[in-house]
Design a protein around this ligand. Structure first.
Ligand code: VNL
Length: 188
């Protein structure tokens, strides 16, 4: 809905746009996006429009309705929801005494590698947001009143700063983990 608040899009366009924006914070496969669009259309949060595509085909374009905008705003004003921990990395960390020291080290190294990559992606996004090269944000700013543009950008940068800080904490933790494995199970 956040993306469709900028302009109407087909499921395909939305999915592509999603991949280079919201997906950095909320992964959703196409298998979820398409049914969700149809569900929201049934609920009149979106309106579907058939547009011609090629000589004898058409495609569905979705636009957010007034009630969709109201629902999105209402959702933004509901309290945050948390889900209980369900983290395979910490689950394995808790039982590393069962793993070979080499596996334990490999887990920690994989954790460092994964979060280093994620951190880099998020830094790349912050760079796009700051330099005005992110397509989604540029389109959003183009339809945003001047007075709201600063906050529209600032909250997105704030989001990625939080994710980067978290990635750094994970990297530090895994480095401590490597030391711990060495001290408990002997450096090989
Ligand atoms: C938008 C653009 C959102 C870039 C993003 O992530 C992003 C947007 C939440 O304008 O909707 O990385």
């Amino acid at each position: 809905m956040a993306l469709l608040s900028v302009e109407p899009m087909t499921g395909y366009d939305l999915s592509k746009r999603f991949e280079s924006s919201v997906a950095y914070v909320w992964h959703a496969p196409d298998s979820q996006i398409y049914p969700e669009l149809r569900r929201m259309e049934k609920g009149e949060l979106l309106a579907a429009e058939e547009i011609p595509w090629g000589p004898n085909s058409k495609k569905t374009r979705y636009r957010i309705t007034e009630s969709g905008i109201a629902a999105f705003r209402a959702w933004m004003n509901t309290p945050l929801e948390y889900s209980r921990e369900r983290d395979p990395v910490h689950l394995k960390a808790a039982y590393l005494e069962w793993a070979d020291p080499e596996s334990a080290r490999a887990h920690m190294q994989a954790h460092i590698y994964y979060h280093t990559l994620r951190r880099r992606q998020w830094e790349g996004m912050i760079n796009e947001l700051r330099t005005g090269t992110n397509v989604m944000l540029s389109k959003r700013l183009a339809v945003t009143p001047e007075a709201d543009r600063r906050r529209t950008t600032a909250y997105k940068i704030f989001t990625y700063e939080g994710l980067i800080a978290r990635a750094e904490t994970e990297i530090e933790w895994a480095r401590r983990g490597l030391k711990l494995v060495d001290s408990l199970d002997g450096a090989s």
